[in-house]
Design a protein around this ligand. Structure first.
Ligand code: R5P
Length: 293
């Protein structure tokens, strides 16, 4: 088993390889003056099973193309099987035609992953599970919520209330509650499909004097979590924490969440960020060993 940590997932890829005790094949990335680049595997893997680790957070286009080039080249160089580990799947939120005429971007991305020669696809907390039905190759969708909840438990937050900021993400709060056991709930969120503005419906929770953790799959602009934190603090919550799997944290997202009263933002190393407290390496390595990647 060989692990190739792609340019977008150097640290996580190396950690996965260490956990699996697998050989690493580094990739040399040479960028030309016009912005194009050349990727070169620094070792041979003919007839071997290769795991390419490359998350596709910002800059999405570059990270996606590098992922596809690596997989295609690995096959071309004789890899027996290629497993793509893409912890954050870009465009996963554009899984429907929300407005007439819109492209279903994630459908295009899935087609490209398959066309590149991927034999097995692995991701973490995909935004909508139905997207997996678009693949004809085997897929794994892992969850990092238990790892995040366990982190909070070790920090003394056993018994905290778990909240998902969106009814669609209720499974996240349910899963966290399995670990924290302090009950759970969810909010209702509406997004204006023209402006992108979100509205979080006012809802009361029994959180007075209690610790609350808001679990989401993605933090992008921070608007969703910031609104949830503010509502909980107004309802008398003692401490409110933000937890997410994919901390994209665009622009002032972190400040926005903290200014609305959060104690801390805890994320995973799915994408590079300053809040990557919890590593996905154990859960990904365990899955890769299980599927014989
Ligand atoms: C969308 O439904 C996702 O689950 C997240 O809630 C969303 O992407 C968060 O976006 P933002 O941080 O920009 O509010």
């Amino acid at each position: 088993m060989i692990v190739v940590p792609g340019p977008a997932s150097q640290n996580l890829g190396k950690k996965i390889a260490e956990t699996l005790n697998a050989r690493i094949v580094p990739v040399d990335l040479k960028t030309f003056p016009d912005g194009e680049y050349c990727l070169r595997f620094e070792d041979d893997f003919k007839n071997e099973k290769v795991i390419v680790v490359q998350s596709t957070g910002p800059p999405q286009d570059t990270n996606i193309l590098q992922l596809l080039i690596m997989i295609d080249a690995a096959k071309d160089l004789g890899a027996k099987k290629v497993t793509a580990v893409v912890p954050y799947l870009a465009f996963a939120r554009q899984d429907k035609r929300f407005l007439p005429g819109e492209a279903i971007s994630v459908a295009t991305f899935v087609k490209l992953i398959e066309a590149s020669g991927t034999d097995h696809f692995l991701t973490v907390n995909i935004h909508a599970k139905d997207t997996l039905k678009r693949f004809s190759i085997p897929t794994e969708n892992l969850s990092a919520i238990t790892l995040l909840a366990e982190h909070f438990k070790t920090q003394g937050l056993d018994g905290a209330f778990s909240l998902s900021p969106d009814k669609g993400a209720i499974k996240l709060a349910e899963e966290a509650n399995q670990v924290l056991g302090g009950d759970y709930g969810w909010l209702r969120k509406k997004r204006n499909r023209f402006t992108g503005e979100i509205q979080v419906e006012e809802k009361s929770f029994n959180v007075k004097g209690r610790d609350v953790i808001v679990f989401d799959d993605i933090i992008s602009t921070g608007g969703t979590i910031a609104k949830a934190v503010k509502m909980l603090k107004t309802q008398g919550a003692r401490r409110v924490y933000a937890a997410c799997v994919h901390p994209l944290l665009i622009g002032e997202a972190k400040q926005k969440i903290m200014q609305n009263g959060a104690e801390e933002i805890v994320g995973t190393d799915s994408v590079p960020s300053s809040v990557r407290t919890v590593s996905l390496a154990p859960v990904i390595a365990e899955a890769l060993a299980r599927i014989g990647a």
